[in-house]
Structure formats: structure tokens, C-alpha cells
Design a protein around this ligand. Structure first.
Ligand code: LLP
Length: 416
């Protein structure tokens, strides 16, 4: 975990840059990303799937410099909103390498996608197909369409991020997909090209992927046997990242794909997010103080809060804390908390850590995925900035807004 972040002369650095230098220049809290780690994570996917279209899931981390690094390495983009499509385009992704997923696309978003030739629109329901057909006919566009199947497979992930069972809101029920595909094929305004599946996130076990992909393959082969055009299979994302307990490599899924999909039968695409960016990022934070309550808990109070990294509060996620310059001394149990005014602003409880003094720096590990992208200004805390490191170089790739900027975004109602 965090191998791009290692101790040099007793202090944690990001690649060749000491984290203390970044903290001094930018302040804390701040997300720090390793470009080398982004590239090596992407290249693990490339090696596992040499022929596939690897569409990085922008929602995991949509920072423009992160996107540009991955697109330069050969990634495409999986997007779920007009905003994400615009980010992908701004960072240099060609429309034909963009997949537009999502189960609640608005008419405006569909119209925007229809203006981008070559983009693949993954349709998730019958009403969406009807709206897309009407909008496409009006725009005189013939979009490439894939139908997202709900394979009714339990992914074993946290319930809030599992998406592949019949009761989930995602995808077309397995037994209705063929009929919907036939309808799309008969529609002059649409160009169906394939099927898609995505069963959830933080999945370490290959079994649910296998179950879902077998169902997808069966459906695709049946539709092809009917003579329908179907060349693409989008196998989704969801591979687990390493939060301290280890994680499989993309090769696990690559080997599975080799077993299930004979070369040349389908053009495969994937939508990995977390497994590419999670361990390429950390949240760098400063200890505000240590509050030892008599015999009670010893609170390690950080200057990072749940508004900067929501995952522990929302999913009980674990992001192990490491001191940037570990102090010698006896380890003790700590509760790690942020400054936000609710008890859910807690990163971990009862963790054994070396001593800390106010002002010490620490990192919350493996925070590159769904960290900055889910951050907010709750408690009127400035949006957390982001830094990209590449070897000895580093750059501030999203500055912290000033309080003046934050206030100026809100015009007062004219009658006040
Ligand atoms: N494709 C689709 C259609 C998705 O919905 C997602 C994630 C992905 C790809 C990428 O999945 P990944 O490879 O990153 O697992 N905020 C949550 C995760 C939500 C995932 C939503 N969909 C978290 O912080 O754990």
C-alpha cells in the first residue's frame, strides 16, 4: 500500500518530494497524488487486458491533471454526468474514447452527449432508451448505444456501493434485456453496439465478476445468433483497492477474461476507477492537538475532516493513518477525529499509534479514490486542495479557495 509514499531519512515523501515541503507551501489538509503510481496502476490494467478499451471511471478522481496523466498513458473515460464528460474532454480525451454511463441521465445531458460523435451511451432502462431515441431522431444523430444489464449478482461489497442485484436501481433486468436490445436494433435513430455490466465497487473476489460476465456473454451470444449487431462488451469496474488488507491485481480479472472471452469474439472495455487512483493518493493533514480525556479516549484531532474525506463516515471505510516523521516513544490507543461538528467525523477508533505533538504531519493512506471527488465545504471549510507529484516535480493542481472567493460565489438575494 502507498508504495509511492515512503520514508526517506526518517520522513515520508511522495516520490522524490518530502511531504513536509508540500505542507509548508500549500498548507494542510491537502491531497497529494503520485503520477508514477497512476501510470503503473494503469499499466497493470493494460498488461492484464492488452486489447481492451480501458475507460477510467472519472468519478473516482476527476482532477484534470490526474485525467491528463491517465489519458496520456492510453486510458479512455467512463463518465456519469455532463460535468464528467466535460472534464474528460477538457483533459484531452477524444469523444470516441468516452463512455457515458449513469441511470438518471437528463434530457440536457443526453442532448450534450448526442453532440459528440463516437461517444458510447450506456442505456440503463426502457424509459431512458425511449427518451434517447426521441432526442436522437430530433438531433439527427445515430448514437452508439450499449444496454447495461442488471445480472442479479451479489458482489459482496459494502451495501451502499453494490449495484448488481435485481433490487438495485441499476441496469435493465436480465430477462428484459434481449427484448430491449431488439427494439434498439429496429430503431433507425439508434446504433446498438453491445452490452454493459457493472456490479459494484471494492470487490476482491473474482467469483461475482465471473458470474456477471458469464451472464453477459450468454446474452450477447444469443443476440448475435439472432443476427443482431453486437460487437462490444463493457465489463465494468469494481476491482478492490488495497486499504491495508491487500488487494488483487487486475491480472486476476485479465485471466478470467481470457477464459471467458475467446480473442476476437468481442471488443472488450472496462471501467476501473478505484484500483487506478486509490493508492496513488494520500490526504496530508496536520495534528491540531491530542486530547486525552482522563482515563477515557485519547483523541487525535486532525485538521482534515469528513468534508475532505467522507468515506469513513459514509461507508466505515479504513484509511490507515501514518505519521510523516514518526516520533520515538511508546505506542498508545487513539481515536482519530476531524474538527467537523458531528460524531460521524471520525476516521478510526482504537488504533495503536506512536506519540504525536500538535503541528505534526500525518497522512490518511490510499485516499486517491473517492476522496477529493466527494469532498465538500461543509462547516464552511474551504474545499481541500490537490497536488500532483511526478518524480522531483510537483504542482498545485487544484488550489484551496480563499474565504473571499468562497463568499463571492454567493450573491445576496436582491431584496436583502
Ligand atoms: N462504472 C460504473 C457504472 C460505476 O458506477 C462505477 C462506480 C465504476 C465504473 C467504477 O468503479 P470502481 O472501479 O471505482 O470500483 N463512493 C464510493 C464508490 C462508489 C462507486 C460507484 N460506481 C466509495 O467511496 O467507496
Amino acid at each position: 500500500m502507498d508504495s509511492a509514499f515512503h520514508l526517506v531519512d526518517g520522513e515520508l515523501g511522495a516520490e522524490a518530494v518530502p511531504l513536509s515541503a508540500i505542507a509548508q507551501a500549500v498548507g494542510t489538509p491537502v491531497y497529494v497524488y503520485s503520477a508514477s503510481r497512476l501510470r503503473s496502476n494503469f499499466s497493470a490494467w493494460r498488461q492484464a487486458f492488452p486489447q481492451a478499451h480501458i475507460a477510467y471511471a472519472v468519478k473516482a478522481n476527476g482532477n484534470l491533471s490526474v485525467l491528463r496523466t491517465l489519458f496520456a498513458a492510453g486510458a479512455g473515460a467512463d463518465t456519469v454526468s455532463e460535468g464528467e464528460i466535460r472534464r474528460a474532454l477538457a483533459a484531452g480525451c477524444a469523444p470516441e474514447h468516452i463512455i457515458f454511463s449513469g441511470m438518471g441521465k437528463t434530457d440536457d445531458e443526453l442532448r450534450f452527449a448526442l453532440s459528440l460523435p463516437g461517444i458510447q451511451i450506456n442505456v440503463e432502462s426502457e424509459p431512458e432508451l425511449d427518451r434517447l431515441s426521441e432526442l436522437a431522431a430530433r438531433a439527427d444523430a445515430r448514437p452508439l448505444v450499449a444496454i447495461r444489464v442488471n445480472p442479479d449478482v451479489a458482489a459482496g461489497a459494502h451495501a451502499k456501493i453494490a449495484t448488481g442485484q435485481a433490487h438495485d436501481k441499476f441496469g435493465v433486468p436480465f430477462d428484459q434485456t434481449a427484448a430491449l436490445y431488439r427494439r434498439a436494433a429496429a430503431d433507425a435513430a439508434l446504433q446498438p453496439v453491445g452490452l454493459a455490466v457493472h456490479i459494484g465497487s471494492q470487490i476482491a473476489d473474482p467469483a461475482p465478476f465471473e458470474a456477471a460476465w458469464i451472464r453477459l456473454r450468454e446474452l450477447a451470444r444469443n443476440l448475435r445468433t439472432e443476427g443482431l449487431p453486437l460487437t462490444r462488451l463493457d465489463l465494468g469496474g469494481g476491482l478492490a483497492a488495497d486499504y491495508g488488507a491487500g488487494a488483487p491485481t487486475p491480472q486476476l480479472l485479465g485471466d478470467l477474461a481470457v477464459r471467458l472471452f475467446p480473442p476476437g469474439e468481442f471488443e472488450l472495455s472496462l471501467e476501473p476507477g478505484r484500483s487506478i487512483v486509490a493508492d496513488a493518493g494520500v490526504l496530508l493533514t496536520r495534528i491540531t492537538h491530542v486530547n486525552q480525556r482522563g482515563d477515557g479516549p485519547r483523541f487525535l484531532v486532525l485538521d482534515a475532516g469528513m468534508n475532505d474525506l467522507l468515506r469513513p463516515a459514509l461507508y466505515d471505510a479504513v484509511h490507515p493513518l501514518r505519521p510523516v516523521r514518526p516520533r520515538p516513544g511508546e505506542q498508545a490507543l487513539h481515536d482519530i477525529v476531524g474538527p467537523v461538528c458531528e460524531s460521524s467525523d471520525r476516521f478510526a477508533g482504537d488504533v495503536r499509534l506512536p506519540p504525536f505533538e500538535p503541528g505534526d504531519l500525518a497522512i490518511l493512506s490510499a485516499a486517491g479514490a473517492y476522496g477529493a471527488s466527494m469532498s465538500s465545504e461543509y462547516n464552511a471549510r474551504p474545499l481541500v486542495p490537490e497536488v500532483l507529484v511526478d518524480g522531483e516535480r510537483w504542482a498545485l493542481v487544484r488550489p484551496r479557495p480563499t474565504f473571499a472567493e468562497m463568499l463571492s460565489r454567493e450573491p445576496l438575494a436582491p431584496w436583502l
